[in-house]
Ligand binder design. Structure first.
Ligand SMILES: [Zn+2]
Length: 340
């Protein structure tokens, strides 16, 4: 038997609306031993995603000259909401189908391997916990993704919070504006992600252009006068260049970030919040005013001692890292996962 055939491995999977990422790593979770594959998320049928995951795992095993019996576990992280009991996604807006079975079809292909499903933000907070949080942050830690929507994962007193189905920190649907006319994907009005997510920034910009009260010449020139070309990226860029309307929308995004962060800190009393997601590419316009507010005048937004605000250095890979960390902690019987 070669050394490779006695070695044990962990598999991590991160399923999102655009990408599926799969990784294999030795059980010591050493950085240099992580091997990754990425494909576009297929949406032909309800089983396209699980089929794709199985193929990617099989390919990684083959390339790594590894057998199924060397896998200690598969950590499945997925865009939610998830039902940990049935192993399915439900009410989802980005995976092509509202209900997507995940655990069962993958378990059928790898019958002897333990599989654990959690939502992607819960995975990400585990990733931050293992790969980048300092000792003084680890016990009370929150991860927030600001992307198409806004989602969160929370570790309180050293335990990952899961809730009855596994969706304990759906913070993006917290109400930040009770009198809002803007409807969220979830059906409610005035959710945090209506104002501060990438989709929210885009939609609020298009609404404001229709209203026509503010000058948007710089932005409109940038998109050749075609509002369908506007995304959050152009809005942040136009704001940097002095566009009046874009600056107002970015200010609004940042203001509601303060409201949202204040609520999160009131609920979870966290030492640090790590941010990730596409909008953090423009973190220079978002993070400094937030840090300034919570360092100098937190009481307007939170009654608890303010948290440190940071960004994850693993960017789009943090959910996948967390899926690996999930199995690592499971094998170690870590108290962080005693609710799973
Ligand atoms: Zn909502």
């Amino acid at each position: 038997m070669t050394e490779n055939q006695t070695q044990k491995y962990i598999i991590g999977v991160d399923i999102g609306g655009t990408w599926i990422r799969v990784a294999i790593c030795t059980q010591d979770l050493k950085e240099e031993n992580i091997k990754t594959k990425v494909v576009n998320t297929p949406k032909e049928s309800k089983f396209s995603i699980s089929n794709s995951v199985c193929i990617l795992i099989s390919d990684l095993l083959k390339e790594n000259n590894t057998n199924e019996d060397q896998i200690l576990g598969i950590g499945l992280a997925s865009a939610g909401p998830i039902d940990m009991e049935t192993g399915e996604v439900f009410n989802n807006a980005n995976l092509g189908f509202r209900e997507v079975p995940l655990k069962e079809p993958i378990q059928a292909k790898f019958p002897d391997v333990p599989i654990y499903l959690i939502n992607d933000c819960n995975a990400a907070v585990l990733g931050v916990h293992y790969f980048e949080a300092s000792e003084d942050e680890k016990e009370n830690l929150v991860y927030i993704t600001v992307s198409t929507g806004i989602g969160g994962g929370a570790i309180c007193n050293g335990h990952l919070l899961l809730g009855k189905d596994g969706n304990a920190a759906e913070i993006g649907h917290g109400l930040v504006e009770p009198k809002s006319n803007f409807q969220c994907n979830c059906g409610a009005y005035g959710c945090w992600e209506v104002y501060s997510s990438g989709t929210g920034v885009m939609n609020r910009t298009i609404d404001a252009i229709k209203e026509g009260n503010l000058n948007a010449d710089i932005l409109m020139k940038m998109v050749d006068n075609d509002t369908s070309k506007i995304t959050a990226k152009e809005v942040f860029q136009a704001a940097r260049e002095g566009d009046e309307l874009s600056k107002k929308i970015v200010d609004q995004c940042v203001f509601y970030m303060k409201v949202g962060i204040g609520l999160v800190n009131n609920f979870y009393d966290c030492t640090s919040i790590y941010f990730g997601g596409g909008l953090m590419k423009d973190k220079e316009q978002i993070l400094p005013p937030l840090i300034e507010q919570f360092e100098n005048n937190p009481i307007i937004f939170t009654i608890n001692k303010p948290p440190k605000l940071k960004t994850t250095s693993y960017r789009d890979d943090i959910g996948l890292r967390g899926a690996l960390a999930l199995i690592y902690y499971k094998i170690k019987n870590s108290p962080i996962l005693d609710m799973l």
